[in-house]
Design a protein around this ligand. Sequence first.
Ligand code: SF4
Ligand code: SF4
Length: 181
Amino acid sequence: MNGEKKKRIIKTIKVDINKCHGCRACEVACASFHSIPKYSSVNPARSRIRVIRDELNNVFLPIRAGAYTKSECAGRQTYIIDGREYGECNLCNASCPARDLFKEPDSGLPLRCDMCEDDPDLELPKCVEWCLVDALTYEEREEEVDEEVDLNDMEIAVEDLVEKYGLDKVIDTIARLTKKA
Ligand code: SF4
Ligand code: SF4
């Protein structure tokens, strides 16, 4: 390590669960934006954000897809919100073998929030743009990081896929998607 530092933008989506009313517009916006070609379909199963709903208790929790993990965790955790328990895997953001959440429904490939990487850059991630009650708000800050550990999101996602499916299958899938685009 040579001690070199570089700047990195840290992107954050803040969730105010007291404002979320479970409309699922964020799911629709995300799924539509990430369909291939863009906006060609709307299937919330392809969304990288899912709203965990407890309608009887008026609790709605938007969860964004995190990293793929190849093995389910050995333990479980329970959250207590307003005195009510939300247990097991309800609030976890991982794409993992224990459940179908955050997996592309046709291919089974893991889904992961990319903060809506696009070229040119979006003004706001799609889920934030379409959350009309401001339950989701977007923030950026600059941070110094060691150059060696600055893997970008794309590299991390590809590494995850290669680890799960092997390089050949990932290359085949990309070639197939490229033909569709
Ligand atoms: S930031 Fe973009 S990719 Fe991530 S959940 Fe929101 S809409 Fe989906
Ligand atoms: S769009 Fe906003 S209010 Fe609607 S479910 Fe998503 S986070 Fe909640």
